[in-house]
Design a protein around this ligand. Structure first.
Ligand code: GRF
Length: 201
């Protein structure tokens, strides 16, 4: 079975959902590691409670992003990690990791890319007055919120919805979409062709 690392920076609710789906056999991979750039991230405690190995490294402890990522890479290698899923990881992944895991890093973004890139996508779509937003799972490349799209799900912003209601709908969509995309990756069904992802049936 392929071994997965889940990268988080905060509460880790997607990580929790992914680990649950692994335990239920809905994702046929092992949860080999939860890594955080915030050693105090609440998600790390949750991961430990699930019996998943954890590691934390702070960017500020390293002179450069390159050295930071080389240290992460050592950890990933020592845990025999085959692929990475970013789940609320708030650092931009750099060339060291991307080149070590080509086509093997996924991200989830809480908007319909290429709209509303960046760290406040749910609020940005809401403030813009969008009536439809959503969730995107995509491969990570060297540009932010940019790589080939695997799955998207639309979420309607009702005329009476306030921001917390929209956030709730987005997270519910994330919990449906991310495990499906990860299972597609581990079952070898995804092929990247230029900007597009082909899904074999
Ligand atoms: C999610 O909305 C995800 O799309 C974004 O960051 C948030 C992480 O939430 N990249 P959580 O830590 O999984 O609860």
């Amino acid at each position: 079975m392929k071994r997965m690392a889940i990268f988080i920076s905060g509460r880790g609710s997607n990580m929790e959902n992914i680990v649950r789906q692994v335990k239920r056999g809905k994702i046929r991979a092992e949860a080999g590691l939860v890594f955080s750039d915030k050693p105090g991230a609440p998600g790390l405690k949750k991961a430990k409670a699930f019996g998943v190995e954890t590691a934390g490294l702070e960017r500020s402890a390293f002179e450069s992003k390159e050295l930071f990522e080389k240290a992460i890479l050592e950890i990933l290698k020592s845990r025999r990690i085959d692929f990475i899923v970013l789940a609320g990881y708030m650092k931009i992944v750099g060339p060291v990791l991307i080149r070590a895991y080509p086509g093997k890093i996924l991200n989830i973004h809480p908007a319909l890319l290429p709209s509303f890139k960046g760290a406040h996508a749910i609020r940005d779509a809401f403030d813009y007055g969008s009536r439809v937003t959503g969730v995107t799972v995509h491969f990570v490349d060297e540009q932010v919120d940019h790589g080939p799209i695997i799955l998207q799900e639309a979420v309607t912003i009702g005329l009476r919805d306030r921001l917390p209601a929209v956030e709730k709908k987005i997270h519910a969509a994330e919990y449906r979409l991310y495990p499906r995309a990860i299972e597609l990756l581990v079952s070898g069904k995804l092929k990247i062709k230029g900007r597009k992802v082909l899904i074999r049936s």
